[in-house]
Design a binder for this molecule. Sequence first.
Ligand code: ARG
Length: 456
Amino acid sequence: MAKLWGGRFTKETNKLVDEFTASISFDQKLADQDIQGSLAHVQMLGECGIITPEEAETIQTGLKTIQEKLEKGKVDFLVEHEDIHMNLEKLLIDEIGPVGGKLHTGRSRNDQVATDMHLYLRTKTKGIIELMKLVQSAIISQAKENINTILPGYTHLQRAQPVSFAHHLLAYFWMFERDKERLQDSLKRINMLPLGAGALAGTTFPIDRDRVAELLEFDDVYPNSMDAVSDRDFILEFLSTASILMVHLSRLSEELVIWSSQEFQFIELDDSFSTGSSIMPQKKNPDVPELLRGKTGRVFGDLVGLLTVLKGLPLAYNKDLQEDKEGMFDTVDTLEGSLTLLAPMLETMVVNDKKMRKAVTQDYSNATDIADYLAGKGMPFRQAHEVIGKMVIYAIEKGKYLLDLDMSEYQTFSALFEEDVYDFLEPDHVVGARTSKGGTSPEQIEQQLELAQEKL
Ligand code: ARG
């Protein structure tokens, strides 16, 4: 089949080469963006007198016809035409005749593809920010219900100090908030127009890049044509942010998995967000958070893949850059899928507040508070730490918890202990006493919730 660039060639392309170099199987995802970019380019060409206004109009009408056909699924893309850009140009020429060949005046596929990717990522980034807000709202609504739900807080996965479940959940709110801010900030760099860079050096035609930027609602144009066509750091940035976001998502998922285990029973995922076993009738598996955790791997892979593609490339365009797409599409799909599921899964999960509270009455996570109690009565904290350490060993040997020891036992450790120590060690008191800014006391959580809500 005749190639759009066939003039310089005396032989047909080997079929294997066609198949190996083609990107149409995946870059057809960019069809809308490609048409959008072409419409703006051709409008500018007409306005600048590079083609006549009639030619511009004919081409624009042709592009719109193709868009309609695309929407109706009436278009066949061919591997022989390699990618979405040449397939659409070929379809245009078939539709309106040789005048369609004027579309590519003053333009190269190199600035064209970079423009399509910017347009694509701009829309997707905005969409992902909206999905993140849904996850954050789900966190807030669970947090509101669970300000007084107390569970052990862990360090080293060992019981450390009791915390409010709302506080634990809100920790993820702020991680997602920073991810959202990173995405928002990246829009500054995505919102730059590569088109008009030509193949690499600019063009001899009197084009108006600012006008195209205006038509496509970009804030600015790339100031350097070689940079415009050869860098993909706007995609790297997206993949990096996505990787960090997936780390957060994966850590939350990991906790959901642990909390749903028989050993913890802190939460129960709704039946509609759980799966069963083909052999073990009793099973209710947290497949969704497991898979969210698992999908982190592919997003990291997409990032490392593109970093590797770019690291040794000389300027300007190299065909290697075609490898920028599948990873980006994959990460976009993964984020959209993951975030869409996470929000309703969090909203519908049942929190077993009794199990959580029981856990903090059957551990030694109030030990810091007894040390604080003694320190409050004048004993140096380091000494109090030592005393309570001994008391913990004593209690473990007796098979008791700290609240079970009687006053005479307390007083063998320090004469500073009085009856009020028992109230001091109640979980609600322990949690409520952490009133420092950003702490787990209910009043601090209320303030945190207010701040969180302002972010949505
Ligand atoms: N399909 C190509 C890509 O995605 C478009 C640019 C091709 N340019 C070229 N000079 N071969 O990178």
